[in-house]
Design a binder for this molecule. Sequence first.
Ligand code: HXC
Ligand code: NAP
Length: 283
Amino acid sequence: MFSTGLLNNRTILITGGATGLGRSMAFKFGSLGASVGIMSRSEKRLSATVDDLMKAGINAAFHVADVRKPEEIHTAVDAMENEIGHFNTLINNAAGNFISPLEYLSPNAVDSILGIVLHGTFYCTLDLGKRWIERKNGGTVLNIVTTYATTGSAYVAPSAAAKGGVLALTKSLAAEWAKYGIRHVAIAPGAFPTEGAWSRLAPTKDLSDRMLERIPFKRFGTHEELTDLAAFLISDGASFINGEAVSIDGGEAIANASQFGFLSDLSEQDWKAIRELTRRPKA
Ligand code: HXC
Ligand code: NAP
């Protein structure tokens, strides 16, 4: 789909890059010529992923940092920049989430999600943004949100509120930091099975099947589909796209907002009868 050197000039920081979609983006961007730095809390997972990236011929580095701690982010970015060069692209991908009625949660549980998703995205953007403004070379930020960042969603209220905030940040800084040559984009994924998400959001086969049922194509998204979109959006080919969030969910959000979507289970016979009932009476 892309020429191999598409991201040759990129050094990309991916938060949460050792697992799931972050890991898949690291391999995709690396295969297109980028150097990649990954950052999260588990040294074991980071180290294993960087080993695999390097085996694939990708220039990569890692550093442990909790995105809720600005000083840890700063130290990690300094260390990785010494190893693989100055970052010019940031993927805010780290997240925390689980399904629960809000009334079961403690304030600490709410803070945990808001801290990782909303504050963590702010802190990483602020750290890299300050460096980019000083260096005067611009930069690109891709924020991974969710389709429910715009609609909200029951049973994941802290995540929905945090992702909604990240979406507002994307649009705010698209306007504010364009003057520094810093571009902001977002991806709103639907359902893409990963161990991290499924263990917390669809922990039984029944719940996973019910998620699948909501998607008009009756299949989940593949990591390849998401990473292709991410590669395009961060590339120079998308340099006039700023402040936009692109949904990639197989039409799930639209289908479930569709007022008459419930008619999908009507038979040909049903439609024949309805045609007769709904035609304008002949004069
Ligand atoms: C209720 C829970 C809970 C659960 C934790 N808590 N899990 N409450 N149900 N399942 C409570 C704890 O009791 C504690 O409150 C507080 O939350 C913090 O928990 P910790 O385990 O101490 O926090 P921490 O170590 O910071 O872990 C953060 C986490 C965890 C979010 C809770 O799940 C995590 O590390 N997640 C990272 C990966 C992840 O979530 N990936 C999924 C992303 S998918 P108390 O009061 O007891 O101290 C996504 C979009 C998916 O974002 C959309 C799919 C379609
Ligand atoms: P995942 O594998 O669990 O990814 C989350 C990553 O964030 C993990 O690598 C985790 O690493 C890291 N992380 C969590 N808390 C952190 C912290 N405090 N500091 C630093 N890193 C932290 O889940 P995923 O499905 O790939 O999700 C990736 C992104 O896609 C998230 O933004 C998610 O909201 C979004 N998304 C996913 C789906 C889906 O269907 N999978 C749908 C919509 C949106 P550690 O735990 O080791 O720190």
